[in-house]
Design a protein around this ligand. Structure first.
Ligand SMILES: Nc1ncnc2c1ncn2[C@@H]1O[C@H](COP(=O)(O)OP(=O)(O)O)[C@@H](O)[C@H]1O
Ligand SMILES: [Mg+2]
Length: 256
């Protein structure tokens, strides 16, 4: 059975999408069958994987709203072993449109109910908010990975995120677990990055992945070429980090 992982943090710009794209791609490179789901209306995961989101017949929005089935919206083998439920601009209206639906926390869960049989990993890129799209993602997920940017205010908002995850566990998805925290944009030249990592390690009672993703310009460039880091610059520090993270995720002892 596969594992459904939501990549979530309500802060923007912390590395959710970069982690979603590159973790998904590195898992696929290791031979795992992966489904990536872009739940952010900004669609950065979709474009970062080289898909033109203005030219889609159907997207995750249409599948969620029942206008098509999941197979019609899914793009098969965008890269080898990596399949994508892309986001289109219509997803921006979903928060309001779905608010009126009675099952509105379970729409994604119902949509992907068979995905665990077909895929080893489902990686969901969440938007930078704790609204309906993130709630759907966490309700559908087995676990959450929280990317944390190594910056001064990194800890702000974490309490709220953990509170939300606990609320979802109580009310919507009792099996939901935080499988780990991953530090991103680490700059070894600054004491600040090092201090942030140390402080959070002391304060957080969560598994922290040993892989620390460095600040690496190749990671920032890759999406503009529509490529994940392992295909854009296979030998970069960014590629190395996300391959290590993929190994850690595969071998996470919660699931062995
Ligand atoms: N490790 C990194 N090194 C360099 N730039 C990065 C790294 N991780 C993310 N970025 C850049 O930082 C910005 C925000 O990252 P992104 O993954 O889009 O965050 P989020 O999805 O949380 O908003 C993007 O421009 C991205 O290319
Ligand atoms: Mg994003």
């Amino acid at each position: 059975m596969g594992r459904i992982i939501a990549i979530a943090n309500q802060k923007g710009g912390v590395g959710k999408t970069t982690t979603s794209i590159n973790l998904a791609a590195c898992l696929a490179e290791k031979g795992k069958k992966v489904l990536a789901i872009d739940m952010d209306p900004q669609g950065n995961m979709t474009s970062g994987l080289g898909v033109d989101r203005n030219n889609l017949e159907y997207s995750v929005y249409h599948a969620l709203s029942g206008e098509c089935n999941i197979g019609e919206a899914m793009l098969i083998n965008v890269f080898e072993n990596l399949n994508l439920l892309p986001a289109s601009i219509e997803l921006a209206g979903a928060e309001i449109e779905f608010a009126a639906r009675e099952d509105n926390q379970y729409i994604l869960k119902n949509l992907i109910k068979n995905a665990k049989k077909k895929f080893d990993f489902v990686i969901i890129d969440c938007p930078p908010a704790l609204g309906i799209l993130t709630v759907n993602s966490m309700t559908a997920a087995d676990t959450v990975i929280v990317p944390i940017q190594c910056e001064f205010f990194a800890i702000d908002g974490l309490t709220q995120l953990i509170y939300t995850i606990n609320l979802i566990r109580k009310q919507l998805n009792k099996h939901l677990e935080i499988e780990g925290v991953v530090f991103t944009m680490f700059d070894s030249r600054t004491n600040l990055s090092i201090q942030v990592v140390d402080n959070i390690k002391n304060e957080l009672d969560q598994l922290i992945y040993n892989t620390i993703v460095p600040r690496n310009v190749r990671l920032a460039e890759a999406p503009s070429y529509g490529l994940p880091i392992n295909l854009y610059d296979s030998r970069s520090a960014g590629a190395q980090a996300y391959r290590e993270l993929a190994d850690e995720v595969i071998n996470n002892k919660m699931f062995l």
